[in-house]
Design a protein around this ligand. Structure first.
Ligand code: CA
Ligand code: CA
Length: 205
């Protein structure tokens, strides 16, 4: 009689603990979701991005065939997702004319005011060669670019986190228009190569 009672109460305790763990896990998942907003993981292998924004490459002078940037979806995913994709940028700023080009992506006026960091993954292609430095720009609806130079790019995926306070020209975090990457003949050495970008997010920490 006594034995059954003990077995019964420990069974009850185990259920209580399982419920507690379940709630704790759920709370953690919800906290993680609220902590980070995925803007673009490119995992559909197509446009638009995760918040409905268009994206593509841009060229300063489309008539100058000696410079340009070509965008493609690459199967090399930053998080190792075998079904995922990243963005491949083949750039060339080697020209006798002033040269710059890169990647643009719309954020459709997203409200990022609850977040503190702009994050993304970047790496270069060892075979094609790649610049170790690239300039990013974030723009609110005024389209004034907030430039930030990312350095130390290697041929391995690396997470870059840019604190919002470094993006000084943004005056309206409630309406963000565009994310831009710039290859230019100042920062880009070598002047032609391949860069991969993936998993562009904003986060609170
Ligand atoms: Ca991806
Ligand atoms: Ca060239």
């Amino acid at each position: 009689m006594m034995k059954t009672k003990i077995a019964g109460s420990s069974y009850f305790l185990a259920i209580l603990m399982a419920i507690a763990v379940l709630f704790w896990t759920q709370a953690r998942v919800q906290a993680a979701e609220a902590n980070e907003l995925v803007i673009a993981d490119f995992d559909t292998g197509d446009k638009p991005n995760n918040i409905g924004g268009d994206l593509g490459s841009w060229n300063k002078d489309p008539n100058d065939e000696t410079q340009g940037c070509h965008m493609a979806f690459a199967s090399d995913d930053a998080k190792g997702n075998p079904a995922g994709f990243s963005i491949q940028l083949d750039y060339d700023v080697d020209s006798k004319n002033p040269a710059y080009n890169g990647f643009w992506m719309k954020l459709n006026g997203a409200d990022l005011s609850a977040y503190k960091f702009l994050n993304f993954y970047i790496k270069g292609d060892a075979k094609a060669g790649f610049t170790k430095r690239v300039k990013l720009e974030l723009k609110d609806m005024s389209n004034k670019p907030s430039p930030y130079v990312v350095g130390g790019i290697t041929d391995k995926w690396q997470k870059i986190s840019v604190p919002f306070e470094k993006l000084r020209q943004i005056s309206d975090w409630k309406h963000i228009n565009e994310f831009v990457l710039v290859f230019d003949d100042v920062n880009s050495r070598p002047k032609a190569g391949t860069i991969f970008v993936d998993n562009i997010t904003v986060s609170k920490e």
